[in-house]
Design a protein around this ligand. Structure first.
Ligand SMILES: [Zn+2]
Length: 277
């Protein structure tokens, strides 16, 4: 019997705020007060997380003091360099920029700032996931051979991150590697047949709450171990206090019937192969 809290893992979707942001906002009282490198290092040690992928928000005010994507990318590179081998990071998008500026920024994210993918967050940017703006950016990601992570936790069928719209975009780009973050939440069936990985961040406890352990397990198996990616969304959660996210995730995953081989793929194998491209 293996234990999810001790097997080697990569956390494929989490959040850190740069030190300069914490320094300027010392009295932060929301969940982002926990988005600190030193604190996350303790969790990495405690739970055998060998590396993590930092996701930006498509809202550059959160991850820089200059409030622009270039500054976010500079901060992300600095975090990667100061903690060699521990962090990967996906590129941000500034929706106030023209498409031309955002394409240039994505090229720089790879060539100048050594970032590992592109994050699209339609809820934060206000842009429809299948909008022409996103389509052109995904074309650029395809040219740059970058994986694309899409936030999809829609509340309604017509949400900008609705799973059906996400599936439309994914199906247009068979050569791009996509990760649908939060599995399309309660619209997961819409992405079941499209060729995308899914990360279990934010949604796992919500599935257990809504469908019970067995129901949650059925959904995960419907996608299968070749498509599932372990991710915490730390320190963010709709249901759990930040401190309880990892222990709760490992309790849930320990109650599922994944084989050791399947667990290795979900815990680290799938995201490793994506990041190596
Ligand atoms: Zn997130």
């Amino acid at each position: 019997m293996f234990d999810w809290s001790t097997i080697e893992k990569i956390d494929a979707h989490m959040h850190l705020l740069p030190t300069e942001v914490h320094r300027t906002n010392p009295d932060m009282d929301n969940e982002f007060q926990y988005a600190k490198i030193a604190l996350y290092f303790e969790l990495m040690d405690r739970f055998n997380i060998k590396a993590a992928v930092i996701m930006p928000f498509n809202d550059p005010r959160l991850m820089s003091l200059d409030f622009n994507a270039e500054a976010v990318h500079r901060n992300l590179l600095q975090i990667k360099q100061q903690n060699a081998g521990k962090f990967y990071a996906f590129a941000d998008l500034d929706p106030s920029h023209s498409l031309k500026e955002s394409c240039r920024s994505l090229i720089d994210a790879v060539e100048k700032y050594d970032l590992n993918g592109l994050k699209l967050h339609p809820q934060n940017s206000g842009l429809e996931i299948d909008s022409p703006y996103h389509i052109e950016l995904v074309k650029m990601a395809e040219t740059l051979k970058l994986p694309v992570a899409i936030h999809s936790y829609p509340n309604r069928a017509d949400s900008p991150d609705a799973a059906k719209k996400v599936a439309n975009l994914v199906n247009r780009f068979p050569r791009v590697t996509f990760i649908v973050s939060h599995m399309g939440a309660f619209q997961w069936q819409e992405i079941l047949d499209c060729p995308a990985y899914v990360d279990i961040s934010a949604i796992l406890p919500a599935y257990v709450q809504a469908f019970g352990t067995q129901g949650c397990q059925r959904i995960l198996h419907a996608f299968g171990a070749d498509r599932l990616i372990f991710a915490s969304d730390f320190p963010c959660s709709r249901l759990l206090p930040s401190e309880a996210i990892f222990t709760s995730y490992f309790d849930i995953l320990n109650s599922m019937d994944f084989s050791p081989d399947e667990a290795r793929k979900i815990a680290a194998g799938n995201i490793s192969s994506i990041l190596k491209r």
